[in-house]
Design a protein. Sequence first.
Length: 444
Amino acid sequence: MKVLRRFLVVLSVLLASTSVVAESTEPVVGIVNRTNCGGFWRYDFNYETVDADGETPIVLSAAIFMTPDVHDKELKAKGCGLINHYTITDDTQRPTNVQSGFTLEGILTNSNYFMIESDGFGFGLDVKNNQKYLQGRAAARVNIDAFLAGRKLLEAEGYEYENVVLNLGYSQGGNSGMWVNRLVAEGYRSDELPKIDYCIIGGGPYDMYAHYRKLASDNMSQYPVALPLILSGMIDAGGYKVKNEDLFNDDFVQYLPELFDSKEHDTDYINNFIYEKYGSANDKSLPIDKIVKPAFFDEDSETMQDIIYHLKQNSLVYDTWKPENTDRISFVHSTADEVVPFLNQESMETHLLANGYDTFDIDDSSTEKHTDTGTYYVLKAAVLISSFVPAGLEDVFSRMPAENTHDIYSIDGRLIRKNTTLSDAFRTLPKGVYVINGRKIVKE
């Protein structure tokens, strides 16, 4: 009997434990965390959306960023910005982990807009679920859903904001940001998001088919992490009719799960791994044929026909459309971009003009490569946002500070900058650790 009683006790504990685990793994929809990051506050939240098929319900994670003045309701926010995030491969880099003011989120939030950014597929709630990389419609849909869910949560918290919408993104986020414009033009959730006031987009792969043709012709990549990500995204979009083994060399295929599925390595690590094993770490270059099979270079091969179809489907220049409900677009793209060649910007410009949309400008002044131009994009976007005044809100915006200012100290307590904006500090300060609003902030 003692043995039986002991068995029943153990069984009941196990069942209770199983019940607790089951309950704890059910995602909570709504705000789940609030973090004071010094120069800004970050609210993490979960929201309901659908998977890439457009039908299957899923819950993803996202973040809302706001300045301390807006958080404390001492200042009414100018509006809300939708951030389409750039390429990240490491789970620790997701938006719901961002704490430094010297980041895209921190600097753009400094303009006194609420900034709302989804972790995207494969991060946050479900790290092991691969991101739907450069699947335009799927990424834009979850970003819009996050944006609208975030605004509802802010309203439930008693926050007020002007009805101004910004749409922002660089690199992968540039592609997604333009897809957001497209979905808005098509009327996606138009009762809640009827228009976009200002769109600031940079370095986006808008024409992935032309991008592929250049890579195949040059047989060279200076940013090798991008190719497996793009191809895996198109393989996923095609329902896995094509497999990694059909495209990548057998030796390289074995590393894909660790490099991309584990979510434990950032882009620098993955790039350096591929440089050192298959290319040149000295000049940071990779002959593409070192990691792909000959079928990659043959557009008429059965393998590439399927991939090319999805490259075109997820580009933005092969269908007739224009951003009818977007007032203005500013593009930033470097002619020296080695990751997303400038031909993408040229294709986008040609497409917009051909479809009757000319309310845009292009800043191609950067002579830096892709990553450094990303830094320029952040600073440029901060300037554009701080000076942007929507029609009809001139009086309202004149009473609001363009950007918050901060006193910045060295780690040993010396005052380094007084009443400066984060964007100015990011532009002028050397790399190091600083103290802003009593918190350590790292500039990398």
